[in-house]
Design a protein around this ligand. Structure first.
Ligand code: GLN
Length: 197
């Protein structure tokens, strides 16, 4: 079976675990870098990206997650997790993981729209997905290998670059788990591809 970890340093962890289980994967909370060795995929949840980045540095996750990614293992970043994966963060000198070829803006919807919910059409998923945005970031620029999967008000809010998937919103806060199913499928394909050599 597929084993997918949810980085559990800060943020919305248990909701992701539930959604991954709904999507048919075995899901575990990841608190130690050693746990990465036994995982087929990793979710970096929403929360506060500065805090998550700080704790990742403190506990040695930056290097280890980069290795995990270099091995081709899928990573799914939601909200703060999207920021943690980005190569460039507007207004910040250094990225956190700096893995995905995009520039992101934090808290990009402004104060009057701190949180809201919409039905969002996503490429590769048949009907719109219920999407909860909370102090959400936006993707401002993307590299040539990044595929945009969803746009809201002309802004990029879901994207994929090979084995990396990101969403501005929180897919784990509803019982619509189809984006977790999509990610689980990416993990399954990467694992099968591996065993075929
Ligand atoms: N605004 C948060 C940040 O910049 C992200 C919000 C979220 O994950 N819901 O890290």
């Amino acid at each position: 079976s597929l084993k997918i970890g949810v980085l559990a340093l800060q943020g919305a962890v248990s909701e992701h675990i539930r959604s991954l289980e709904q999507a048919g994967a075995e899901a575990v909370a990841v608190k130690k870098t050693e746990q990465l060795d036994e995982l087929d995929g990793l979710v970096i949840p929403g929360g506060e990206s500065t805090t998550i980045g700080k704790l990742m540095r403190k506990y040695g996750f930056i290097e280890r997650v980069r290795e995990f990614s270099d091995a081709g293992k899928p990573i799914f970043g939601t909200c703060a997790g999207l920021i943690v994966l980005a190569k460039n963060i507007e207004g910040q000198e250094e990225p956190h993981l700096g893995l995905m070829d995009m520039t992101v803006a934090r808290n990009a919807f402004g104060r009057q729209r701190e949180s809201f919910e919409i039905d969002l059409p996503i490429t590769g998923i048949e009907q719109p997905v219920r999407a909860v945005f909370i102090r959400a970031p936006l993707i401002r620029e993307i590299g040539a290998d990044v595929e945009v999967l969803a746009v809201y008000n002309g802004e990029m809010v879901t994207a994929r670059e090979g084995h990396l998937l990101v969403s501005s919103f929180h897919p784990e806060l509803t019982d619509d788990y189809r984006l977790h199913e999509y990610f689980t499928q990416m993990v399954r394909q990467s694992k099968t591809g591996e065993s075929k050599g």
